[in-house]
Design a protein around this ligand. Structure first.
Ligand code: HEC
Ligand code: HEC
Length: 290
């Protein structure tokens, strides 16, 4: 059943469309729960245009831009075994968070938008879809630790030469779809930097996470980059301009404090501050330091 969904989506991608309308899911349970799963899937595929979700989006991305095939594949960023992992402790928020919280957090960061209420129909529908993907799976909470990755060590040692190498990878393997200036083509190819991209507080604004994600997902349908090329192109993308993240600007006015499940209440990230954490200088990486 899920193979059918993946096939339909794969055909859509081959046809070069960016999933203008979501596919009806197969074998849904009848009644309100199945309808909620379908709505959740639709908003994950068409987040920027669906009336239920578009008010909480501040850029040109959909959830599906990063959770490819609606999260129903084995690529980095997939949404399988996701529902089984929550509640779990999130160091970023300094709190034990639910799947609903995790979804609302992606709205503030990856989607550069306003945090929806975790009780909203929007978040409940998305939760229903993500939980439905895991039907029959064992609950893993608490989740096990992440796999070891080569990319954090590569970041610590990064230099201007790596950014230059990443520029070349980008031109060869990425620019045809995402554009020479990273702006993509609205509605077809998502932007990878600039004002319509994910903000500096998003997971992909972290170079090792972007490298891991790119290695398993891009170029679309033909992921083949070596660790070194994936790292360099991720470093290049995450040294380009994108919106800062100021946490308080993504919490709706008048929201009761309990609605944001976090002990961390102030956070500001920029491209430069993200690189400063592992001891790097943005201007040195870009070769513009005096
Ligand atoms: C710019 C890329 C991007 C976009 C857009 C995005 N996400 Fe994510 N999301 C990620 C990445 C990367 C991770 C893993 C993050 C990490 O390790 O910090 C993630 C993690 C998650 C998780 C936790 C997955 C797990 O198994 O732990 C959920 C749930 C999620 N996203 C939901 C959403 C939803 C819903 C949307 C749309 C409202 C969305 N995301 C939009 C990149 C994105
Ligand atoms: C054939 C066109 C194509 C090529 C080539 C391509 N991408 Fe993508 N990329 C896409 C599409 C389409 C999406 C959205 C996912 C989807 O619709 O399945 C995407 C999504 C992304 C995203 C997450 C969403 C965002 O905009 O932030 C990043 C990051 C990304 N690509 C980086 C790259 C990198 C790096 C390369 C080169 C190594 C690359 N892409 C090559 C088409 C392409």
């Amino acid at each position: 059943m899920k193979n059918f969904i993946v096939t339909v989506i794969a055909l859509t991608v081959v046809a070069g469309s960016a999933h203008a309308s979501a596919t009806p899911l197969q074998n849904l349970p009848p009644g309100p729960f199945g309808q909620s799963v379908q709505r959740g899937y639709d908003t994950i595929m068409n987040t920027t245009t669906d009336p239920e979700s578009k008010g909480n989006v501040g850029n040109g991305l959909t959830c599906n831009s990063c959770h490819t095939d609606g999260g129903n594949n084995d690529h980095p960023g997939n949404l399988l075994k996701t529902a089984t992992k929550f509640p779990s402790f999130s160091p970023r928020e300094g709190a034990v968070i639910t799947l609903e919280d995790r979804i609302a957090n992606c709205f503030m960061r990856s989607m550069n938008g306003m945090r929806p209420s975790t009780d909203s129909k929007l978040v409940v529908d998305m939760t229903a879809y993500i939980s439905w993907l895991d039907q029959g799976k064992a609950i893993l909470a608490p989740a096990s630790a992440a796999e070891p990755s080569p990319f954090p060590a590569m970041l610590k040692a990064a230099t201007h030469a790596d950014v230059v190498a990443g520029t070349a990878v980008y031109k060869t393997d990425c620019a045809a779809c995402h554009g020479a200036q990273g702006a993509g083509i609205p509605g077809t190819f998502p932007p990878v930097w600039g004002p319509n991209s994910y903000n500096a507080g998003a997971g992909l604004a972290n170079v090792p996470k972007l490298a891991e994600w790119v290695k398993g997902n891009m170029p679309l349908g033909n992921a083949h980059l070596s660790d070194k090329d994936a790292f360099d192109v991720a470093l290049y993308i995450d040294t380009q301009p994108r919106p800062d993240f100021v946490l308080t600007q993504h919490l709706p006015a008048g929201m009761p404090p309990d609605d944001y499940n976090a002990s961390v209440r102030t956070e500001t990230d920029s491209v430069a501050s993200n690189l400063k954490k592992p001891g790097l200088s943005l201007s040195a990486l870009l070769g513009t330091a005096p």
